[in-house]
Design a protein around this ligand. Structure first.
Ligand SMILES: [Zn+2]
Length: 430
């Protein structure tokens, strides 16, 4: 009895120490400050290196790797010994930011445990924690006991926080094992999501243009076609930024939901959604750019690329047709940690004060959650979508960034809460 009591007490003390330790670490971890000023660069197309696609096999013919699917990226493999393989992942062109995308399938004639090293060549690092899947649809993060990082940086965020090489222990057999940097959400998956959503009577899906490789660029219309009050939602300018896409999905599904607030909102506002800005980049497994070799989120002044041009023409066409206004524009991305890139409050748009008020409401609704807010006081030249939304259309706008590793259930909660609070606030301002 006594022994049990002591044991329980010790357990409580232990838990308390853990809690203090965790809070202490949290306090020492400063919030992600985000990136600095974005500089204007040429967005005239330049060459990209597409990868050889197919099945990689070896002399003994027992283990196979494949990148032959949309969203796959694997640029070369060396078999180091009977059970160890070193994979090389390279970017579509350079210079490029550190977001190496990898995705491949593996299968084996015999049940076997193998070791796979992921390498990126000079100057690049591993950014994404590997996800595994048996069907390409349901993903789980690799068990940490089967994962080793080498030469990891000592910073909390940015490339200095990343390892140069990682090693995975994988159990393979005749069934396909999928390995990917993030959950695969390619044009096929996004098309299905859009089509499913547009079965609702108040949602339609239209083509607004074509990517450089001819893939359709589509926009959902949520609400009535010719309402004068409009919003624009975009995502996936940058192919690997799947967590931003997941937040966008939850956000848009909430605006499309049966909630009372959503029904009221749709009577007054129409929301346009371009869920996949860069289908070519996504399906080719690019790290950052479109097939024109350009970061689309640097092309909102020059519009040299068909993807950005189509969206800007679509916004202008909606304004002309409805004789209305866009009040809000949001661009979903992913980075090292959750952050909001907003516009300094000296700039007054079509619904002045909306974004800071809204973010304060979201913060209140999710107690203890306090991501950084980084307002920009330089709007011109526009360069990026947020600035274009404000400068050319007076929208209250922001870049909504989700951390690469933010908990997936939390992303959904945050997307949903963000949508509810936005709808409430926009309705209250009418
Ligand atoms: Zn991005």
């Amino acid at each position: 009895m006594n022994k049990l009591l002591i044991k329980n007490k010790m357990k409580n003390v232990f838990l308390l120490i853990c809690l203090v330790f965790a809070l202490n670490i949290y306090a020492q971890n400063p919030a992600f400050k985000g990136q600095g000023t974005v500089n204007q660069v040429s967005t005239v197309s330049k060459p990209v290196q597409k990868q050889w696609k197919g099945v990689f096999s070896f002399e003994d013919d027992t283990i196979y790797f494949s990148n032959n699917f949309e969203g796959g990226r694997l640029n070369g493999i060396v078999k180091d010994n009977d059970s160890t393989f070193t994979v090389l992942i390279t970017s579509e062109n350079t210079p490029i930011n550190t977001s190496p995308w990898y995705a491949f399938k593996i299968w084996s004639k015999q049940k076997k445990q193998i070791i796979v090293n992921l390498t990126y060549g000079e100057g690049n690092k591993n950014r994404y924690y590997p996800k595994l899947s048996n069907d390409g649809l349901n993903w789980t993060a690799i068990d940490s006991t089967n994962y080793i990082e080498f030469e990891k940086g000592d910073k909390n965020f940015d490339p200095k926080s990343l390892p140069t090489k990682v090693q995975m222990k994988l159990n393979v057999n005749q069934d396909t094992l999928w390995v990917s940097a993030q959950e695969l959400q390619t044009s096929k998956h996004i098309k299905k999501w859009s089509e499913d959503l547009s079965k609702k009577p108040f949602i339609s899906n239209r083509q607004i243009g074509k990517s450089k490789e001819g893939r359709p660029l589509t926009a959902l219309t949520i609400g009535e076609e010719n309402t004068k009050r409009m919003l624009i939602v975009i995502s996936r300018q940058h192919p690997p930024e799947v967590t931003g896409y997941l937040a966008m999905k939850a956000f848009v599904e909430t605006i499309s939901s049966d909630l009372k607030i959503a029904k009221e909102f749709r009577k007054k506002f129409t929301t346009y959604v371009v869920p996949l800005m860069n289908p070519d980049g996504v399906d080719n497994g690019f790290w950052r750019h479109n097939v024109g070799g350009i970061d689309l989120n640097r092309d909102w002044t020059s519009f040299n690329q068909p993807e950005t041009l189509a969206v800007s023409e679509f916004i202008k066409e909606r304004e002309r047709k409805t004789n209305g206004k866009f009040y809000f524009g949001i661009d979903f991305h992913s980075t090292y940690d959750d952050i909001y890139y907003t516009i300094a409050d000296t700039y007054k748009g079509n619904m002045s004060g909306l974004v800071p008020e809204w973010l304060a409401h979201v913060k209140k609704e999710i107690p203890g959650y306090n991501p950084n807010i980084s307002p920009s006081d330089k709007m011109e030249p526009a360069i990026i979508s947020r600035n274009y939304f404000y400068v050319s259309h007076g929208m209250e706008a922001l870049v909504y960034e989700i951390g690469d590793n933010t908990d997936r259930d939390f992303i959904i909660l945050k997307g949903k809460t963000s949508a509810i609070e936005l709808m409430k606030l926009m309705l209250s301002k009418l």
